[in-house]
Write a protein that binds this ligand. Structure first.
Ligand code: MIG
Length: 702
């Protein structure tokens, strides 16, 4: 029997430049940490933690990262990066989620609380060695527990409750970079409406702003904005504008003028740091500072007052196309071009300068924050920038709308931010491998508290194909954030642009039937610190086969999914760690049930059908669906399952808008067997809560 606890270790005279507030509960701590499990070396302000892995050990976690669910066999860098090429050879993405679990003879969790760069070598230099290194002051937490889920629960409890979005944010959402004017968005709404495709939100990318200036609306392209927003809301469609991190340097622009020389990050001479992003030259708000957060977030008020109920924060790694200094250097070098005395070496010197302009880590060393009166170099706290931008937004939103849930998610993130918002997984591509990456990433995000999450459905960059979009939706209908998003200039990605839109529509309609279950499971994950997406290995921990399956997931407690993520497939081999009831939705209204026995089975999955599996003796709930989320949560609930014994389900429901997550929102639904003279009769008994639901019970009993 292990002991369940979370313990903190830190080193004298090695204090972090800013409290990250990642951990919110008091924990026991040991100064001059000598950690259990990990061999600790602390020399010259550099920490190295080493663990020798057994052959069988598995490593899980790191949230938004590349590669597999089991993280063994690569070297990962925790350093938020705006890199749109999520290929296998990379080491970091947009988030820094420094929590992992070693599962083996001795299992434990470890969280490195550090605003700077941390390297996780998990069997890269040496297959059996796990090594963590950082030169930045940090605190380390070790979490122990009896099971993996126990360790996760401890950790999640330690980092505080995950962000809960409004219920409408579980609906289908459409986005695209390049909806250039009001009419473009109205058209998207219309095209969905015409075909009865549910649509809960349309996103406003940087196109809506005036010269990419935060908190401005281009009046020519989006006239009478409040009226427009109100009209959309009448159709149950929310407009969700983007807010970027960089503030355009422009005389007379209110945000810039009020922030100038006061609220922006500095260069080494104490002048506002100047970089380049979409607006051209920008300065970056110093979000590490409460006064700055108050100032920047005050601008959200106007948008809220215009009826906006959702935002996305972008470019907050922060993304930097170039620093003014770097750009100068390039132009100077290029300016020397002399055709008469052309030297290849000049070109070869120029080329890397140009290539390294964007996201150059050296530039992060030229930026300074004012943290409690100390100038702190940006790279020391880099991983917290996005987090504090989001914190700013939510602090203001909560002040303005204390009783209402507002949608917020962002690109860059750090553990702790999960309390303020969700995330999307950034600029993926319309690649099959990125659908698989999406599947594998979801459980690691659940571990780190990022529950409201999802990828750009269909892929952001690249030209999607009809089959990829359909397959992605087949998986996407299970992710809390279900947003189709696409890059400027790429092939149209709204489902109605495709001949087989009806099939995709049925998937979206099915999503609305899944919402009562998904929402119930989501809320339990948030309120009870549980996993939303689990790898099979977390649930069937004694099953050697299940341990290695990375392309099937358990969603909530009752169902398993096994998505198709390869082109030209009409089915796949699925591993069943136990008997399950297969549900095959040929359309959103017509489904067939079939019992499947434990073991490997080939399951046919024609494009556009949703096939998933209910665990034996688990209750699955199917709603009636609807045109929008609120409607989808009324109506009759169908209880589905393969029951061989009495079982119960904890059902959660609320109005989806208010923030009272009280006891009355939980009901226990039990399937009870009553044997009469004629046959076994199965009934549902509901205890607790409001018990206002109508339900129907549909079962398969051996
Ligand atoms: O440099 O606002 O990840 O979703 O469409 C690209 C334009 C800037 C990156 C975001 C993407 C968004 C895009 N943005």
């Amino acid at each position: 029997m292990g002991i369940t606890m979370i313990r903190k270790y830190k080193w004298k005279d090695w204090s972090m430049p800013i409290r990250t507030d990642a951990i919110v509960v008091p924990v026991e701590y040991t100064e001059e940490g000598k950690l259990p499990f990990l061999k600790t070396q602390f020399e010259e302000n550099s920490l190295s933690l080493t663990y020798t892995m057994e052959q069988e050990d598995r490593v899980y976690g790191l949230g938004q990262q590349l590669r597999g669910i089991n993280k063994r066999g690569w070297i990962y860098e925790s350093y938020c990066k705006d890199d749109p090429n999520h290929t296998e050879d990379k080491h970091s993405l947009y988030g820094a989620h420094n929590f992992f679990i070693v599962k083996g003879k001795e299992s434990f969790g470890c969280f490195i609380d550090c605003g700077g760069k941390v390297i996780f070598d998990i069997g890269y230099e040496n297959q059996n060695i796990l090594n963590i290194e950082t030169k930045e002051p940090c605190e380390v937490y070790i979490v122990t527990g009896n099971t993996i889920n126990d360790i996760i629960k401890q950790f999640r409890c330690g980092i505080g409750r995950s962000y809960i979005p409004p219920k409408w944010a579980f609906g289908y959402q459409q986005s695209r970079w390049g909806y250039n004017k009001k009419q473009d968005i109205e058209k998207v709404a219309e095209e969905h409406k015409k075909r009865n495709i549910p649509l809960e939100a349309v996103y406003m990318d940087i196109d809506y702003m005036e010269r990419f200036k935060d908190f401005t609306i281009d009046e020519n392209k989006f006239p009478e904005f409040s009226e427009f927003a109100a009209n959309m809301i009448k159709q149950h469609i929310h407009l969700v504008p983007i807010i970027d991190a960089g503030v355009k340097i422009e005389d007379g622009y209110e945000v810039y003028e009020t922030g100038k020389d006061k609220y922006f990050c500095k260069d080494k001479n104490g002048k506002d740091f100047v970089g380049g992003v979409w607006p051209g030259l920008v300065s970056f708000p110093d979000f590490m500072n409460q006064e700055v957060r108050n100032w920047f977030s005050s601008f959200y008020k106007d948008l809220l007052d215009m009826g906006i109920e959702g935002f996305w924060n972008d470019m907050n790694e922060p993304a930097l196309f170039y620093s003014q200094e770097g750009l100068k250097e390039v132009y100077e070098k290029a300016g020397k071009l002399d055709w008469n005395n052309f030297r290849l070496d000049d070109f070869l010197e120029l080329q890397p300068l140009v290539n390294q302009l964007g996201g150059n880590e050296e530039d992060f060393k030229k930026i300074y924050h004012n943290i409690n009166g100390n100038m702190v170099r940006h790279d020391k706290v880099h991983n917290l920038y996005g987090y504090f931008m989001v914190k700013a937004a939510m602090e203001k939103i909560e002040k303005e709308r204390p009783d209402k849930r507002i949608l917020l998610f962002a690109r860059a993130s750090y553990i702790g931010m999960h309390r303020y918002s969700g995330i999307w997984t950034g600029d993926n591509k319309s690649w099959w491998s990125h659908l698989l990456l999406n599947i594998k990433m979801m459980p690691s995000l659940s571990m780190c508290g990022f529950l409201y999450a999802g990828a750009d459905i269909g892929g952001f960059d690249g030209d999607v194909t009809e089959d990829l979009l359909t397959r992605w939706l087949e998986f996407g209908i299970f992710t809390p954030l279900l947003r189709n998003h696409c890059a400027l200039g790429r092939r149209n990605q709204e489902i109605y642009q495709y001949e087989s839109w009806k099939k995709m529509k049925e998937l979206i309609c099915l999503r609305y039937r899944l919402i009562p279950y998904l929402y119930s499971e989501f809320m339990k994950s948030a309120l009870l610190d549980e996993m939303f997406f689990s790898p099979l290995s977390f649930i069937y921990s004694e099953d050697k086969q299940a341990e290695e399956i990375e392309d099937q997931l358990i969603v909530g407690d009752s169902i398993m999914i096994a998505p198709i993520y390869e082109q030209n497939k009409s089915g796949r081999i699925v591993y069943f760690p136990e008997d399950m009831l297969m549900l095959r939705f040929e359309t959103s209204t017509h489904y067939v049930k079939e019992k499947v026995k434990k073991g490997y089975q080939y399951i046919s999955m024609p494009q556009g059908e949703a096939v998933f599996f209910v665990r034996k003796n688990h209750i699955f709930i199917l709603g009636e669906g609807g045109k929008y989320v609120d409607e989808a949560c009324k109506g009759t609930m169908t209880i589905l399952g393969w029951f061989e014994k009495e079982t119960s389900y904890l059902f959660y429901e609320d109005d989806g808008y208010s923030k009272e997550y009280n006891k009355n929102n939980f009901e226990t639904w039990s399937v009870i067997k009553r044997t009469t003279l004629k046959e076994d009769d199965w009934n549902l008994k509901i205890q607790g809560g409001r018990q206002s639901k109508k339900y129907l019970i549909e079962k398969d009993i051996i």
